[in-house]
Ligand binder design. Structure first.
Ligand code: ADP
Length: 617
């Protein structure tokens, strides 16, 4: 993998990672949407069709009206309990708090009614500000005279979603302080009223583990978390049967052997009316009955763990990422659409299996990942296209350059051979011409080699030779080769100081580079000027400079001369042929030898090109 594609792949993964983070954060913020999805799923997923085991005996408007309102709640309860005893329900759970002293005669009758009730569960409540924190709140229990008749006390703490007030779960255990005979209060844990009713109904004990509660063959998945042990209530769509407290005797058959939840349902009096996921108003006593039915039905809903949710989000991002990276065109979009459909369907499928999987976060991750991956790849393809186009034009220019450079030796060869065939020449002249043909064709061969090398150098595929050679030999060869050119323009070419030092690298390429600087100096200088070559060995560096008195360049032009095919206006106007590729190759050669180029120039005064190279010690 090349550096560029590694970087690109890392950027791609980073973009997808950002999608996971943003989607997951959005998921937390979007808990309202998750709740909405939960309620909708509750509505469309059939709840258990088993006949209910519980009945709500309702102290409704009619009951209150007949007996004199909430003031008479204790006589009403007494009456209902006596009637219930006659129809023999299996358990009776009361959802009326009996912690205050009332009228003595009334309380005495109630006490007797409670004593006559089989398997009685009485409610208790947490009071204090932090009713749910459990540490500062206290238990408000029924008066001891009532409590003594109960087989258990169960808390009636209503669990409402803070965001939208819908009751979706019950807290199965709560802890609070309870006064003891010895004075200092004791921290006591109480099970929920519905759980106690279920336990007594089953005639079993509760075996608890941090993960769940076991009652007989029923395992309630209610792991202990920061909100106690929460259990999602599967509200029965048809509701729990309700019998008015005034009609207990009429419904004896319906009540026998059942778990009865006795409480106030009258709108005017019930202090705990809640809304269930169906959007219906339910009195607190019915919520306990629904929670009981959830346990009795044995089909529990369990929220997916954060780790699982994150894992699925990761998977979505990975699928989107791989699809757009590896598949072409419509195939990647087909996968993306399938992924999105799956992301939307997964919560529904899992809900049917009893797992509550958040809707918004993972779906947001899927959408974001698909959009980001598609955008990223579209941009990448476009960039690659423009790069390959510029590569094409670069290649064309390179061919142009090669053709141009080859023309000189070819003209010489052609001219010499024509002279040799057309004229009878003296032997000495013939020898001179054939030597010229030989040397020019060798130069041509070298040129082709250099061209190929340079192309490979530009591609980064070039393996640079590592041979040792003296800097002096390079300078010498190049100066000898340029001398005739300089002389033709009346330009003096001098070497100021002896060249010292050995270089390691590709001698051919180094010669090509230095020769280029010399020809440029001659090319872009007027007649009768001076081109000076200096060599300066400083520490590990060797500085080879070519200084001319030519047309020069301004600071802006200086910045561009190493770009391929760049030519200054002055150079164009000078009438000197050029392609603007030479210096870019020079720079490549020098940097591939761990060196660098330095240029100073002033328009109209001249330029100085310096190759700063590493000396071989
Ligand atoms: P070419 O000489 O074929 O145009 P080069 O890559 O060798 O291409 O040089 C690029 C440009 O840099 C030249 O066209 C010219 O404008 C400028 N240049 C190079 N050397 C000199 C110089 N010694 N003096 C002035 N301008 C120069």
């Amino acid at each position: 993998m090349s550096g560029g594609s590694l970087k690109r792949n890392l950027a791609y993964v980073a973009v997808l990672g950002a999608c996971i983070v943003v989607g997951t954060l959005a998921g937390w913020l979007g808990s309202r949407i998750d709740n909405y999805a939960y309620d909708t799923l509750t509505r469309v997923t059939p709840s258990n069709v088993r006949p209910p085991q519980s009945v709500v005996v309702a102290i409704d408007e009619e009951t209150l009206g007949a007996e004199g309102g909430m003031r008479k709640i204790r006589p009403i309860l007494t009456d209902a309990l006596f009637q219930l005893a006659a129809v023999r329900p299996k358990t009776v759970a009361l959802d009326v708090i009996l912690s205050d002293k009332g009228d003595e005669a009334e309380d005495a009758r109630l006490e007797a009614a409670l004593r006559g009730t089989q398997n009685l569960i009485l409610p208790c409540e947490l009071i204090g500000d932090a009713a749910s924190s459990g540490t500062t709140s206290k238990w408000e229990d029924p008066l001891p005279r009532f409590a003594s008749s109960a087989v258990a006390l169960g808390h009636v703490h209503p669990e409402q979603d803070r965001a939208d007030g819908v009751s979706r779960e019950v807290s199965l255990e709560e802890t609070g302080l309870s006064a003891t005979d010895k004075g200092s209060p004791l921290s006591i844990r109480r099970w929920a009223l519905s759980l106690e009713a279920f336990r007594v109904f089953q005639g079993q004990e509760i075996t608890e583990s941090p993960q769940d509660l076991q009652i007989g063959t029923t395992t309630i998945p209610a792991a202990r978390g920061d909100r106690g042990r929460a259990m999602l209530v599967r509200y029965l769509q048809a509701g729990v049967p309700i019998v008015s407290a005034t009609k207990i005797r009429d419904n004896a058959a319906m009540l026998e052997g059942k778990a009865v939840f006795l409480g106030v349902t009258a709108l005017s009096a019930a202090r705990d009316r809640l809304v269930n996921p169906y959007g219906e108003n339910v009195p607190g006593v019915a919520v306990h009955a629904h929670a009981f039915e959830t346990m009795a039905g044995g089909k529990f809903l369990q929220a997916a763990s954060n780790v699982n949710v994150l894992g699925v989000s990761l998977l979505y991002a990975a699928v989107a990422g791989v699809a757009f990276a590896l598949l072409a065109g419509w195939m990647s979009y087909a996968v993306a659409i399938a992924l999105l459909l799956f992301a939307h369907a997964l919560p529904v499928m899992l809900f049917r299996q009893g797992a509550v999987f958040p809707y918004f976060g993972p779906v947001a991750v899927a959408w974001l990942s698909c959009a980001a991956a598609a955008t990223f790849q579209v941009f990448f393809v476009r960039r690659q296209l423009s790069r390959s186009e510029s590569e094409k034009s670069r290649y064309q220019q390179a061919i142009h350059w090669a053709a141009h450079e080859m023309r000189t030796p070819l003209t010489a060869i052609q001219g010499s051979s024509e002279i040799m065939t057309n004229y009878a020449l003296p032997e000495a002249k013939q020898k001179q011409l054939s030597e010229m043909i030989n040397s020019e064709s060798k130069r041509l061969a070298r040129l082709i080699q250099t061209f190929l090398d340079v192309e490979r150098l530009a591609d980064g595929h070039m393996e640079i030779k590592r041979e040792e050679f003296t800097a002096a030999s390079v300078v010498d060869t190049c100066m000898t080769r340029v001398k005739p050119l300089a002389e033709r323009k009346g330009i003096a070419l001098t070497l100021d100081s002896p060249v010292e030092g050995t270089l390691v690298g590709d001698r051919e390429l180094m010669e090509y580079a230095f020769y280029n600087l010399l020809t440029n100096a001659v090319k872009y200088s007027p007649a009768d000027t001076h081109v000076r070559v200096t060599a300066d060995a400083r520490g590990t560096d060797l500085r080879l400079s070519v200084q001319d008195q030519g047309i020069g360049m301004d600071a802006k032009e200086l910045k561009s001369i190493f770009q391929k095919f760049y030519r200054t206006k002055k150079a164009e106007a000078s009438g000197e042929v050029g392609t603007g590729i030479g210096l870019s190759i020079v720079e490549q050669i020098v940097t591939s030898h761990s060196g660098r180029m330095e240029v100073t120039s002033e328009p109209g005064k001249g330029s100085c090109f310096t190759m700063v190279l590493k000396r071989h010690s």
